[in-house]
Design a protein around this ligand. Sequence first.
Ligand SMILES: [Zn+2]
Length: 61
Amino acid sequence: MLKVRARACIKCREYVNIYPNNPENQNLLKVFESNHRGHTLITLDLDEVKDEYKNFEGQEL
Ligand SMILES: [Zn+2]
């Protein structure tokens, strides 16, 4: 089974799911990264963030 990865901001405790083939998701990632410019961003498995971090802009795909 394919694992979903997530881009997360450690400082704000927010994350975005990463869907490499989804252009809208790529845009959302850009927005997320510019919103969190200067913060510490990490990429990890969604399983590791979803309980402790908040989903950015309420996206549920
Ligand atoms: Zn942040």
